[in-house]
Design a protein around this ligand. Structure first.
Ligand SMILES: [Zn+2]
Length: 329
């Protein structure tokens, strides 16, 4: 028995694609505030790199939010992106955090109560971009174990006023620790739970295109003394006891166009609506894709029709071409 690993391959591929998505988003984000930096899945660098399925999963996981037809990182998503990229552990990141903390502490020293100042001012005084400071405060990456000591938005003035508590005494190392331990612990726990849910969900979806499971049936092969369980997904992907029986039209096992021959012919002996035979020169062209390889033979190919030979052949190519996922909205 050969080993079926379509599910595993699909899953590894998806995990890799998540990482690609986070890296590209972080690169595009730069030092801008995460709440106003939007990503277009149809445009570079995302198109052709990040699968539609990946965007959908990231939305379900709360890492990315949908804004119209665009996406943006959530605070959790930003933290995960920082972890995946390794940016949070970099010397550059720590130095920048140092600048920001020094500017914050400067306001706290002589006071008896918390300091409130515009984000803009904090940016000017620390020399770090407003957007980047926004992301740190918004994701609470600048919060230590004890929530009270971190900087936060003042009275719901998100992105405008920063409140620095009187006991504020964070060192750059605290921020890294906060990021690497508390946040990551929370993220990992959540990730584990999400992975379980995702796995359960995926059992009922095509591993390549996420189409739903539409039918499960068992067939008793009396001669062979065995019962085979078939699972059929709405995209056409079919497994028999877990082995791929019919490929997914979005997946890697779908045959390529050169595995078929396309030769159109005049449609024979057709009758018009009145039951009168259509003259040959008025009849349509029809092209049945002819499979040239074993895997092409597994496909239930449909014919293409056209007013010319070329049109029919082109139509037939479309019926067996591998499909690409498009955004639905
Ligand atoms: Zn599929």
């Amino acid at each position: 028995m050969k080993v079926n690993n379509a599910m595993t391959v699909g899953k590894e591929h998806r995990t890799e694609n998540h990482k690609t998505a986070f890296r590209l988003m972080l690169g595009e984000l730069g030092d801008r505030a995460m709440d106003t930096a939007f990503f277009d899945s149809e445009k570079p660098p995302f198109n052709g790199q990040v699968l539609r399925m990946t965007w959908e999963e990231l939305v379900r996981q709360g890492r990315v939010a949908v804004v119209g037809s665009l996406y943006r990182l959530t605070p959790d998503g930003w933290l995960v992106a920082l972890e995946i990229s390794g940016d949070a552990q970099s010397k550059n990141y720590q130095e920048r955090v140092g600048h920001m903390l020094a500017a914050m502490k400067h306001h706290v020293k002589p006071r008896k109560e918390s300091a409130i100042l515009p984000l803009r001012q904090l940016a000017d005084e620390s020399g770090e971009p407003e957007g980047w400071i926004f992301n740190i405060i918004e994701s609470r990456a600048g919060t230590s174990e004890d929530q009270r000591t971190g900087a936060r938005w003042y009275a719901g003035e998100k992105g405008r006023l920063v409140e620095i508590p009187v006991d504020f005494n964070l060192e750059p190392i605290d921020l890294t620790v906060a990021l690497t331990e508390r946040h990551l612990q929370r993220i990992r726990k959540l990730e584990g739970r999400l992975a379980e849910l995702e796995e359960e969900r995926q059992e009922f979806h095509c591993p390549y295109c996420d189409a739903q499971l539409s039918e499960v049936h068992q067939q008793d092969y009396i001669e062979e003394h065995c019962i085979v369980t078939y699972e059929i997904f709405t995209c056409g992907y079919t497994t028999a006891d877990g082995f791929e029986e019919q490929p997914c039209p979005y997946g890697p096992n779908w045959p390529t166009l050169d595995e078929f021959a396309f030769v159109a012919e005049r449609e024979k002996s057709t009758l018009n609506g009145f039951g009168i035979a259509i003259k040959e020169e008025d009849s349509r062209w029809v092209c049945w894709p002819t499979a040239k390889t074993p895997r092409a033979r597994r496909i239930h190919a449909q014919p293409g029709f056209g007013r010319t030979k070329g049109e029919a052949e082109e139509a037939a190519q479309k019926t067996v071409a591998r499909k690409e996922k498009k955004r639905e909205s």
